[in-house]
Design a protein around this ligand. Structure first.
Ligand SMILES: *[C@@H]1O[C@H](CO)[C@@H](O)[C@H](O)[C@H]1NC(C)=O
Length: 326
């Protein structure tokens, strides 16, 4: 307990010192993004820097980055809808499903709504080269209520690792291993944000559905960071790489202190990991390191059902016509 306190304290001090996301330029919505679907359920606020995505009985909504990226640091500040949100999913993710229908890549943050009085959960996952038959989902609770205020959610994607961050705390690291083969995302992707009705699976395996009595459900986005290498959508050649700020090393590996902090978070907040799902994987995928205590702890959580990426690409036709217009 004392050790935990000391580590937590040490980590917060270091996080303050290193707080890199504040050193990266924030882009406005119009500079970096396009409307994907949902008509006026997407609203850009007057400052041009914040966007509200809403879900009502007619439609969800979403937007997509104008540029295609191969690696980088991608972040947004997000405030989720409050109160009864069962069945609602807010997704913040990278994908190239529009360009590669059979062998797409994906890096996902999915926020899963909940019944009143129970908290949002956050799901992370990746697919590489169409590996949709091997989900690598993990689910977490958070140490705050994400509907109370804006919080930063970030994806770091390099050639050999992916890190998911919440408020600059690394919550999951995926290293590219030999056994993963093509399952590690490696083709250029765009960044998406959507809100949609996932009544079939999001809350307790689909037991609780979206209730439109509480609509509209509004997810608020701000502080967009798109920092990486842009790629030409036709030629697939690199156009330009943003400079890495030299005050810190965002494209470097996770530091020992970050790793300790991540382990503390995961012990406390992880609710599901594919590595422990014996119904799904009789033998866990090769990259998994299984801990028996953890296996026992994870048994106590809700049934888990997964979305599958198909559901989410409702805006596909809009996006494609945008790409064709280049
Ligand atoms: C990705 O998939 C394509 C088509 O299925 C295949 O030809 C290619 O070898 C795969 N790449 C990797 C890195 O596995």
């Amino acid at each position: 307990m004392v050790l935990h306190l000391i580590l937590t304290l040490l980590c917060s001090v270091l996080a303050l010192v290193s707080g890199y996301s504040t050193t990266l330029p924030i882009s406005s919505f119009d500079e970096g993004y396009s409307h994907l679907f949902g008509d006026d359920n997407l609203q850009v606020l007057k400052d041009g820097k914040s966007v509200h995505l809403s879900l009502d009985e007619r439609t969800g909504s979403g937007f997509v980055s104008q540029d295609l990226y191969l690696h980088g640091f991608f972040s947004a500040s997000i405030k989720l809808p409050a109160d009864y949100t069962a069945g609602v999913v807010v997704a913040f993710y990278m994908s190239n499903g529009d360009m590669y229908e059979k062998n797409h890549d994906e890096i996902d943050f999915e926020f899963l709504g909940n019944i009143r009085g129970k908290e949002w959960r956050i799901q992370t996952n990746i697919y590489g080269n169409g590996s949709t038959n091997v989900g690598r989902e993990e689910r977490f609770g958070l140490w705050f209520d994400p509907s109370d205020d804006y919080h930063h959610y970030s994806i770091l994607w390099t050639d050999d690792h992916i890190i998911f961050y919440v408020d600059n705390v690394a919550i999951r690291e995926i290293k590219r291993t030999g056994s993963m083969g093509g399952d590690f995302p490696s083709k250029p992707m765009t960044l998406y944000a959507t809100i949609w009705d996932a009544s079939g699976w999001a809350t307790n395996g689909g037991k609780y559905k979206v209730n439109y009595k509480y609509a509209p459900y509004i997810a608020e986005f701000s502080d967009f960071v798109l920092h990486g290498c842009t790629v030409d959508p036709i030629e697939l050649t690199t156009l330009k790489c943003d400079p890495t700020p030299n005050s810190n090393s965002i494209l470097a590996h996770i530091t020992p202190v970050e790793r300790i902090k991540m382990e503390i978070f995961r012990k406390k907040h992880m609710q599901y990991s594919y590595c422990y799902d014996r119904m799904r994987y009789e033998t866990p995928p090769h990259e998994c390191v299984v801990d028996l205590e953890e296996a026992k702890r994870l048994k106590s959580f809700d049934p888990v059902t997964f979305g599958g990426s198909r559901h989410r690409h409702r805006g596909r036709t809009h996006h494609r016509s945008r790409l064709e217009s280049f």
